[in-house]
Design a protein around this ligand. Structure first.
Ligand SMILES: [Zn+2]
Length: 221
């Protein structure tokens, strides 16, 4: 007997498999000298969600690498090897990802602004795909996405923390605290996941390149 597989995002039949996170996040072995593509997670995806996602993969990688490249060797490798060559091939596309936000630390460092709704939608899809992978069904409720790497703005040459973000991060951290850290390629991506069936609550947190953190949380209440 054959069973039709459904898309991780909708009720359509799947036509392909999607890597979560996107394959372009993981360096190739011949470039970095060791295998960082061990047992990658894939989920079934329909035509629509597949093409939507591939358009966002490079955007998401750019936002994360702009933060992580200075802290992590692997991220630096992806930044110089992949992001810069992509940017030179498609400069108009990459220019649309980020715009200069202003200087901090007496002008020594620069900040960037990007489309936060688009980034949150990328993390929303990632959290839903990881839920599908773990529990074999779709998560249907809205998901709140936060990252302690994002700031609210600049004042007096200093970054202003996002108050609501800090609070949501603390709540998610506490909820995820008992769960083990997972991830076959932890230099690129590691995560925690928890589903509380009784309260219909779901949380997913991930660290990219040992540096860039995201938290997502969803519940019926
Ligand atoms: Zn779909």
């Amino acid at each position: 007997m054959t069973r039709t597989k459904h898309c991780y995002m909708c009720s359509s039949d799947s036509t392909s498999k999607e890597h979560v996170p996107p394959l372009c996040f993981f360096p190739e072995e011949n470039e970095i000298g060791r295998d960082m593509r061990r047992n990658l997670v894939t989920v079934p995806s329909c035509e629509t969600h597949n093409s939507l996602k591939s358009r966002d993969d490079e955007f998401m990688r750019t936002v994360i690498l702009m933060t992580a490249a200075s802290d992590s060797n692997v991220a630096g490798h992806q930044f110089f090897g992949k992001l810069l060559s992509g940017a030179s091939r498609k400069p108009h596309v990459y220019r649309s990802f980020l715009k200069r936000g202003g200087a901090i630390d007496q002008g020594k460092r620069h900040t960037y602004q990007f489309d936060r709704d688009r980034f949150d939608a990328c993390i929303d899809h990632l959290a839903r795909a990881m839920f599908f992978n773990a529990f074999r069904r779709r998560w249907e409720l809205p998901i709140l996405v936060v990252s302690p790497n994002f700031f609210g703005g600049i004042a007096n040459d200093q970054l202003i923390p996002h108050r609501t973000t800090q609070e949501t991060v603390q709540v998610s951290r506490r909820f995820l605290d008992p769960m083990p850290i997972k991830g076959e390629n932890p230099d690129v991506f590691k995560y925690r996941i928890r589903y509380d069936e009784a309260n219909e609550a779901y949380a997913f947190a991930a660290i990219f390149y040992d540096s860039f953190e995201i938290y997502s949380f969803s519940s019926r209440n």
